[in-house]
Design a protein. Sequence first.
Length: 304
Amino acid sequence: MATLSLVQTSISLKPALDAIGKSMDQRFDRLLPVPADGRERLFLAMRHAVIGGGKRMRPLLVVAACDLFHVDRERALRVAVAIEAVHCYSLIHDDLPCMDDDDLRRGQPTVHKAFDEATAVLAGDSLHALAFEVLADPATHEDPFARAELVLELARASGPSGMAGGQMMDLAAESESFDIGQTTRLQQLKTGALIGFCLEAGAIMGRVPDAGRTPLRGYAHDLGLAFQIADDLLDVEGSSAKTGKAVQKDAAAGKATFVSLMGVERARTQAQTLINQAIEHLASFGQEADLLRAIARFAIERDR
Ligand code: IPE
Ligand code: IPE
Ligand code: MG
Ligand code: MG
Ligand code: MG
């Protein structure tokens, strides 16, 4: 039964993942023409980070959430570019020697390996800024309140109460002993916050009032946690050939994760329970939420 659902999920999701991948590549290509001046290296590094790799799950989440509310596809893709830019910035910095010190990302040398550390820091900074530039542009939404809300939510999700804060806790988890509660909080910030933005952005773009956002917030909460458990499981059980990044790094760093705290089997069960819950949060939606349901299954069935 489990195998059957895995096959069905990957078949239905693959065209959508391929399409969003192409779309992101085209958009980043247009956004980042390489200038013939002293910034050439910076633009090449940014392009290295954002073009031609990654699952693009966050952009697909944005589009799937926007589709629920019939948001114009071009506009949804602008928001998708913004979240992918922040995500790629977070990966560039995550791979730096002062953080996880990784040489391989998406099957390619990490940005500081392909270029150098200073360029990698600046490429990350620039992608971070680019995301807000894209969101704040009137082409993203005609209503300035909607644009301001997008900017506010992405700032919250990226900063000290979101991704960056989670990354700080993640570093602390190498030297301090974290329990399940602390690890859950860490994962919510480090990974859950940016995933949460993807769903919130769909509601903002569709001008859905706060009260109507509860199902999407519940879905995002459970998906974010499950997604990071799957990442931690891949670190233990996955292959570098498939994931395109080094594996078995968390245990080597002595990092507390759900897997180190619960063991592989319980972590896998926990991830499955969270995904079932995530899908239950969508019960008030019909077929229009099938893409979100498929993404949720993919989040834990993936091998990369
Ligand atoms: C990796 O994210 C970092 C985490 C938050 C776990 P992804 O697994 O989405 O990485 P890409 O974008 O597919 O490379
Ligand atoms: C990184 O988590 C999360 C962010 C970049 C915010 P990990 O360090 O576990 O991600 P990978 O395994 O390097 O992709
Ligand atoms: Mg890390
Ligand atoms: Mg890492
Ligand atoms: Mg990891």
